[in-house]
Design a protein around this ligand. Structure first.
Ligand SMILES: NC(=O)c1ccc[n+]([C@@H]2O[C@H](COP(=O)([O-])OP(=O)(O)OC[C@H]3O[C@@H](n4cnc5c(N)ncnc54)[C@H](OP(=O)(O)O)[C@@H]3O)[C@@H](O)[C@H]2O)c1
Length: 274
């Protein structure tokens, strides 16, 4: 049975992915930041008649990453077949409203944490001449939108890092690919919409963003989980998998002339009305 490690498996897309893969007969190790969240994940799996093993991990802590990988190696007789780098956070707000500490945290989790975990499992995959690295990026890794600058910056950087990695490891038997979901109904999204600062010059824009996203009724995380499964089951995974609303318009926005793309985003978020 192939082992897949899913980071940040206690919520949203990570949890849905861990359960979906366990139902597809993968040996799943889901990571959690605290023992009580790990227990809840195991219990959620058990309720469905599934088994998900758990390991404690904070991707921002190099020691925690090393300890987790030692434990994973012991559970898997030498290392996992696949790593799904799902753990992520999203500081929301306009550039002028995001504190440096929040920006730094996003880069730590969404970029350096991913790099840390990838670096730790890659040598084993190379030795075995097979393995998969699946990165949870975002459509925000392709196009930047207002009020999401640091999140988009972290995902653009993840896209760049993964493109380089994919070319470097080509032919080694290890494949790296990117999953690019649009807005998905998870705690990250609801927290993000609630977290816009109240006292801001962009308050009307934040209100417009809330209304716009609510009107799209984003799909649940199961859609993304199925896409991760597709990437893992493909004999030769694609470089990128887009899913959810925006999968078609977001890349088109990137192709549009910059003044047109800016105008579309600014109008949608009422930034022209000030
Ligand atoms: N939701 C969307 O609209 C959307 C769209 C595109 C891409 N994505 C990407 O999909 C991934 C999952 O997002 P989600 O929406 O499912 O978010 P979520 O519900 O907030 O789940 C995030 C997961 O990451 C974990 N995590 C956060 N910081 C961590 C750290 N320092 N170390 C280890 N784990 C950590 C969380 O653990 P705790 O439970 O302990 O906080 C949680 O399990 C992210 O990479 C996100 O950028 C989301």
């Amino acid at each position: 049975m192939k082992t897949v490690v899913v980071t940040g498996a206690t919520s949203g897309i990570g949890k849905a992915t861990a359960l979906d893969l366990a139902a597809c007969r993968f040996h799943v190790i889901g990571t959690a930041r605290t023992p009580d969240k790990a227990e809840k994940l195991t219990a959620a799996a058990a309720e469905l008649g599934l088994t998900v093993h758990t390991v404690l991990l904070d991707v921002t802590d190099p020691r925690s990453c090393q300890d987790a990988v030692v434990e994973i190696d012991a559970l898997t007789d030498g290392g996992p077949w696949a790593l799904v780098n799902n753990a992520g956070i999203a500081p929301v707000g306009a550039f002028e409203d995001v504190a440096e500490a929040d920006a730094r945290a996003a880069l730590e989790v969404n970029l350096l944490g991913v790099a840390r975990m990838t670096g730790l499992v890659l040598p084993g995959m190379r030795r075995r001449r097979e393995g998969r690295i699946v990165q949870l990026s975002s459509l925000g890794g392709l196009v930047s939108v207002p009020f999401n600058g640091w999140y988009c910056a972290s995902k653009h950087a993840l896209e760049a890092l993964t493109d380089s990695l994919r070319m470097e490891i080509a032919g080694s038997g290890v494949h790296a690919c990117l999953i690019e979901p649009g807005f998905t109904d998870t705690p990250m999204l609801s927290k993000g919409l609630a977290d816009f600062p109240a006292d801001s010059r962009y308050a009307h824009g934040y209100m417009a963003a809330r209304r716009l996203i609510a009107s799209w009724s984003p799909p649940g995380p199961e859609t993304v989980a199925r896409t991760v499964r597709r990437a893992l089951l493909a004999p030769k995974p694609r470089r990128r998998y887009r899913c959810g609303p925006g999968a078609v318009p977001a890349p088109l926005l990137r192709l549009a002339p910059a003044p047109v793309a800016d105008l579309i985003c600014r109008s949608a978020l009422r930034l022209n009305k000030r």
